[in-house]
Write a protein that binds this ligand. Structure first.
Ligand SMILES: Cc1ncc(C[n+]2csc(CCOP(=O)(O)OP(=O)(O)O)c2C)c(N)n1
Length: 888
C-alpha cells in the first residue's frame, strides 16, 4: 500500500466529525458561491497556514482517477457507430502489426521486433490518427507527431490499411538490405528518416531524444512565428512516449522550458503501461503519480486518463470514494499482476480488500471484471482527453494514459514480466488473439499470419479514408524538397577573411566575424539561427546581442544592467539568437529543429550552434546522431577546440577527440581550419551544398582561440581546402613535408624554420583542413578498385603526395587516430603526432611540450625520418639545443 494524501480512512483521522464539517463547508461554498470562491478561500487558508507555521505544502498529486469528469467529456464524434468502426479498425491494425513481427521472426529468429508495446498503445494511436493528427495540405503545414519507436509496427500496419504500404512492404519488415536488393522498400525497425525519407519525420529510437526534440520543435515553431517567418497557426506537436522512457534525463530536460514559454502547441501522451523492458517501471510506487507531480511541478497541465467508461458506474456507486482511494494506494507491481490475471483473481485480490469494494464487485461477473479496461484502451475517454488537451491554452499538456502492456495477448503476454520481448506466438495463442479481437480470419489465415485489409468499399475502409481526408492527408509523412536557394556572395559577407595578411587572428574570431556578416545579408541574413548555450561571451559574440536580439517570446521586462552599453543584453520577441542557457542537449535540439525546418516547415533555415567543442560530440553525441538520421542541414561549430590549444582549462574541457567522433557520422562533413579564408571557403561551400544543392549533409567545424598569423590565400587552393589538404607554399625539391591541421599549422611552420636552421632541410607545409574527408575519399577509391572500377584513379592524398619521395609528418591537436586515418593512402614514410591522453591545466607551450606536438617535436619527427643521413649525434645535439629530452 502506498501513502496517499487523499486518504480519509477513519483509523488515520482523529476527529472524523471535524473533518466532515470542513468538507461540508467546502462543498456548500462550491454549491452556492462557485468554484472561484472556493479557490479563493483555499488560497486564503494556505496563506494563513504559512503564517501560522503549519509547514504545509500542497500535494502535487490529485486522486488516482480520471482528471476529466464524465460530465465534462467531449462526446465521441460520430457516436456509437463511428466508435464501433474505429474499434474494428484498431483490431485489424493490431493483428497486422502482430503478424508482421511474428512472421519476420518465424523466418529469421534474429530480426527482433516488438508486439506488446503497440498492443498497449494501439487505441492511443488510433484516436490520434482518426481525430487529431493533422496532415500537411496546401494551406496547413500539418501537426508534428513523435511516435514511440518500438510501436512502429502499428504505424506500418495502419499505413497498410491506408494503402500507403503493401503486403510486400510488411513482409520486408526489418529486412531493409534484402528488400532493397529486390527493388523493394523494406521497413525500418524504428522511425528512421534516413532509411524511409518520405515516411518518418522524427527518429525516436534512442529513448529520451523524442521528448526533448519534441519540446524544441514546438519552441522553434513559435520562434518562426514570432520572427514572422511562419504565420501564426494552431499546429500541434504530439509526442507519444513510454513511461519507462521518462527515466531518461533528456526526457525531462526540456519540461520547464516548455512551461516557461507557454508552449500550448505541445502535447505529450505518456503510455503508462507500468512496465519497461525488464519489469515494472515503479514496482513499489506509482509512476503515474510520480509523473503527475513532476509535470505539475514543471508547470504543465496534467490530464490523467486512468479508467475506462466501464468503471464509470462503479465510481458513481462508490459514494465514499473508497474505490479511488484503494486504487490510489495500490502500487504498480500489484497493478501489473492484476493486469496479468483473470477476473476471478481480481475479485479475490483486489475487490476483496474491503466490504465496500466487495459489494461493488458483487454486481459484476468474473467476465465483467475481466473486461474492466484501463483508460488508455477506451476510445471515448481517450478522445475526451485529447480534445481537452488540444483546446488547453497557456500551458503544454501531458496526458498520463494508463494501459496494459501486451493488452489482448492473453497468456502470450498480457501484463507478463517478459512481454516486452515476446515476438513469437504459437498457433493456439494466435487463434486466441484472433478471437479476442473478433477478426474475420480462417484458422489457416491465422496460422499462416495472413495480413488482412478490408475491401475498399467496406465501411471500415471508407471511414478510415474519410477521417484522414478530413484531417488533411496521411501521417507520418516527410518532405524533402524546397526551392533551391542561391548562396549569398561570399566576398560580400566574408571578404575580410581574404584581407588579413600580416594580422594575427584566431579561427573563432574569423568565424564570428563571418557569422555577423552573414546575418547582415539582406535576403539570407534572417535565415541564420545563431545558437549558444551560455558561452556567447567566451566566443566574442556579445556584439550580436544588441543588433540581432536574443529570442524571448514575451520580450524583456527589465532594464538590463548594461543598458547603456553597445553590447547590452537585449532580449526581444523577434530576437534572432537562441540563447539556451547551460543545456547542450537543449541547444542541440534547437539546432536540430532549425536544421530540419526545410522539411518540417518548408522554410530552410541555417543554424549555427557554437559551443565548447568538448561538450558536443562527446556530451550530446547521440542527439547529433539523431539529427543526422533526420537529415539535418546546418553548422555545428566546436569552439575552443584542441587539446593543447585550449590552455589552462584542463582535462574535462580540452577537446582532442571531437574530430574523431565526428568522422563516425556518415553525413557529417567535418573540418579543422587554420586560416580565416579557409573558414570562409568552407562555410560558403556548406551553404551551397545544403541550401542550393539541398544535400542532406551537415557541417562540423572546429575553431580555436589561438591567434595565428594570417597570410594571403595561395592561388587556386579552394578545391584543396574543400577536399581536405593543400600546400601553403610549394618548395621545389623539399626534403620534408609536414601536414598540419588547425592551429598546428603555425607549429608546423615554426618546425620548418627549425629544420632549415639546424639541418638545412627544406620543408613544405600543408594545411590539412580535413583528415576525415581525405580518409573518406581514399576509402571510396580503394573500394572501387576492389570492384575493378575507376582503376586509373587515386586517392586525393596519394595524388597530392606522390610527386615526391620526401617523408611526411602529420600533426594535429586531436588524437593520433585522426591523422592515422589516411595512412593507407600516403605513398611515403609517414609519422603522426597527436594529443592522446587526458588534458591538463597549463600554458599552451607547456601542453604542447607535454603532448609532444610543438615545433621542436614536429622537427624531431621529421629529422628522425632522415636519421641515417643526418646521424644520431646531430639529432641529439639538436634535441639538447632546443630543450628536448636527449638521452646522452
Ligand atoms: C537510450 C535507449 N536505451 C535503451 C533502449 C532499449 N529499449 C527499447 S524499448 C525499452 C523499454 C521501453 O519501456 P517504456 O518506455 O516503458 O515503453 P513500453 O515499451 O513499455 O511502452 C528499452 C529499454 C533504447 N531504445 N534507447
Amino acid at each position: 500500500m502506498m501513502y496517499s494524501p487523499f486518504t480519509h480512512r477513519s483509523h488515520e483521522d482523529h476527529d472524523i466529525e471535524e473533518t466532515q464539517e470542513w468538507l461540508d463547508a467546502l462543498a456548500s461554498v462550491v454549491q452556492y458561491a462557485g468554484s472561484e470562491r472556493a479557490q479563493f478561500l483555499l488560497n486564503q487558508l494556505v496563506h494563513k497556514a504559512q503564517k501560522l507555521g503549519v509547514g504545509w505544502q500542497p500535494p502535487r498529486n490529485t486522486p488516482y482517477v480520471n482528471t476529466i469528469e464524465v460530465a465534462q467529456q467531449a462526446p465521441f464524434p460520430g457516436g456509437e457507430q463511428a466508435l464501433l468502426l474505429e474499434q474494428r479498425l484498431a483490431s485489424i491494425v493490431r493483428w497486422n502489426a502482430l503478424a508482421m513481427v511474428v512472421k519476420a521472426n518465424r523466418n529469421y529468429g534474429e530480426l527482433g521486433g516488438h508486439i506488446a508495446s503497440y498492443a498497449s498503445a494501439a487505441d492511443l494511436f488510433e484516436v490520434g490518427f482518426n481525430h487529431f493528427f493533422r496532415g500537411r495540405t496546401e494551406e496547413f503545414l500539418g501537426d508534428l507527431v513523435f511516435f514511440q519507436p518500438h510501436s512502429s509496427p502499428g504505424v506500418y500496419a495502419r499505413a497498410y490499411l491506408e494503402g500507403r504500404l503493401n503486403e510486400d512492404n510488411l513482409r520486408w519488415y526489418r529486412q531493409e538490405v534484402k528488400a532493397a536488393k529486390q527493388g523493394q522498400q523494406g521497413l525500418s525497425s524504428y522511425p528512421h528518416p534516413w532509411l524511409m525519407k518520405d515516411f518518418w519525420q522524427f527518429p525516436t529510437g534512442s529513448m529520451g531524444l523524442g521528448p526533448i526534440n519534441a519540446v524544441y520543435q514546438a519552441r522553434f515553431m513559435r520562434y518562426l512565428e514570432n520572427r514572422s517567418l511562419l504565420p501564426p497557426s494552431d499546429r500541434k506537436v504530439w509526442g507519444v512516449f513510454g513511461d519507462g522512457e521518462m527515466d531518461e534525463p533528456e526526457s525531462i530536460a526540456g519540461l520547464t522550458l516548455a512551461a516557461r514559454e507557454q508552449l500550448d502547441n505541445l502535447i505529450f501522451v505518456i503510455n503508462c503501461n507500468l512496465q519497461r523492458l525488464d519489469g515494472p517501471v515503479r514496482g513499489n510506487s506509482s509512476v503515474v503519480q510520480e509523473l503527475e507531480s513532476l509535470f505539475t511541478g514543471a508547470g504543465w497541465k496534467v490530464i490523467k486518463l486512468l479508467w475506462s467508461s466501464d468503471w464509470d458506474a462503479l465510481f458513481a456507486a462508490d459514494r465514499e470514494g473508497e474505490l479511488a482511494e484503494i486504487l490510489g494506494s495500490t502500487i504498480d507491481g500489484k497493478m501489473q499482476t492484476l493486469a496479468a490475471t483473470s477476473g476471478a483473481y481480481n475479485r479475490a485480490h483486489f475487490f476483496a480488500q474491503t466490504p465496500g469494494l466487495k459489494a461493488l464487485a458483487d454486481r459484476l461477473s468474473d467476465d465483467d471484471i475481466d473486461r474492466l479496461r484501463r483508460g488508455g484502451h477506451d476510445m471515448r475517454k481517450i478522445y475526451a482527453a485529447y480534445h481537452a488537451a488540444a483546446h488547453h491554452e497557456g500551458q503544454p499538456v501531458v496526458i498520463l494514459a494508463l494501459t496494459t502492456k501486451g493488452w489482448g495477448m492473453g497468456d502470450a503476454g498480457q501484463g507478463k514480466m517478459t512481454t516486452h520481448q515476446q515476438k513469437q506466438l504459437d498457433v493456439e495463442q494466435l487463434r486466441a488473439y484472433r478471437d479476442r479481437f473478433n477478426l474475420p480470419l480462417s484458422n489457416e489465415q491465422c496460422d499462416t499470419l495472413a495480413f488482412y485489409r478490408p475491401a475498399d468499399d467496406s465501411p471500415e475502409q471508407q471511414h478510415l479514408r474519410a477521417r484522414r481526408a478530413h484531417l488533411g492527408g496521411v501521417v507520418p509523412q516527410r518532405w524533402s524538397q524546397n526551392e533551391p536557394e542561391p548562396a549569398p556572395d561570399m566576398q560580400r559577407y566574408a571578404g575580410f577573411a581574404f584581407e588579413q595578411e600580416g594580422r594575427d587572428l584566431s579561427s573563432t574570431m574569423a568565424f564570428v566575424r563571418l557569422l555577423t556578416g552573414l546575418m547582415k545579408e539582406e535576403r539570407f541574413g534572417p535565415r541564420v539561427v545563431p545558437i549558444v548555450a551560455d558561452e556567447a561571451r567566451t566566443f566574442g559574440m556579445a556584439s550580436l546581442f544588441k543588433p540581432f536580439g536574443i529570442y524571448a517570446p514575451f520580450g524583456q521586462h527589465y532594464e538590463p544592467e548594461d543598458s547603456g552599453s553597445l553590447l547590452a543584453y537585449h532580449e526581444s520577441v523577434n530576437g534572432q539568437i537562441l540563447e539556451e542557457g547551460i543545456t547542450e542537449a537543449g541547444a542541440l535540439s534547437s539546432w536540430t529543429a532549425a536544421a530540419t525546418s526545410y522539411s518540417v516547415h518548408g522554410i530552410p533555415m541555417l543554424p549555427f550552434y557554437i559551443y565548447y567543442s568538448m561538450f558536443g560530440f562527446q556530451r550530446v553525441g547521440d542527439l547529433i546522431w539523431a539529427a543526422a538520421d533526420q537529415r539535418a542541414r546546418g553548422f555545428l561549430v566546436g569552439a575552443t577546440s584542441g587539446r593543447t590549444t585550449l590552455s589552462g582549462e584542463g582535462l574535462q574541457h580540452q577537446d582532442g577527440s571531437s574530430q574523431l567522433l565526428a568522422s563516425t557520422v556518415p553525413n557529417c562533413v567535418s573540418y579543422d581550419p587554420a586560416y580565416a579564408y579557409e573558414v570562409a571557403v568552407i562555410v560558403q561551400e556548406g551553404i551551397r551544398r545544403m541550401f542550393t544543392e539541398q544535400e542532406d549533409v551537415f557541417y562540423y567545424l572546429t575553431v580555436s582561440n589561438e591567434r595565428i598569423a594570417q597570410h594571403a590565400m595561395p592561388h587556386g587552393v579552394e578545391a584543396g581546402i574543400l577536399r581536405g589538404m593543400y600546400c601553403l607554399a610549394p618548395v621545389a625539391g623539399a626534403q620534408c613535408r609536414i601536414l598540419a591541421s588547425g592551429p598546428m599549422v603555425a607549429e608546423a611552420l615554426a618546425a620548418a624554420t627549425l629544420l632549415e636552421e639546424h639541418f638545412q632541410l627544406s620543408t613544405e607545409v600543408w594545411s590539412v583542413t580535413s583528415f576525415t574527408e581525405l580518409a573518406r575519399d581514399g576509402a571510396a577509391v580503394v573500394r572501387d578498385h576492389r570492384l575493378g572500377q575507376r582503376l586509373d584513379s587515386l586517392p586525393y592524398v596519394t595524388q597530392q603526395l606522390q610527386e615526391s619521395s620526401a617523408p611526411v609528418v602529420a600533426v594535429t591537436d586531436f588524437v593520433k587516430a585522426v591523422p592515422e586515418s589516411i595512412r593507407a593512402y600516403v605513398p611515403v614514410a609517414y609519422t603522426v603526432l597527436g594529443t592522446d591522453g587526458f588534458g591538463r591545466s597549463d600554458t599552451r607551450a607547456q601542453l604542447r611540450d607535454y603532448f609532444e606536438v610543438d615545433a621542436r617535436w614536429i622537427a624531431l619527427a621529421a629529422v628522425r625520418q632522415h636519421a641515417q643521413q643526418l646521424g644520431e649525434q646531430r639529432i641529439e645535439a639538436f634535441m639538447r639545443t632546443v630543450g628536448l629530452p636527449a638521452s646522452a
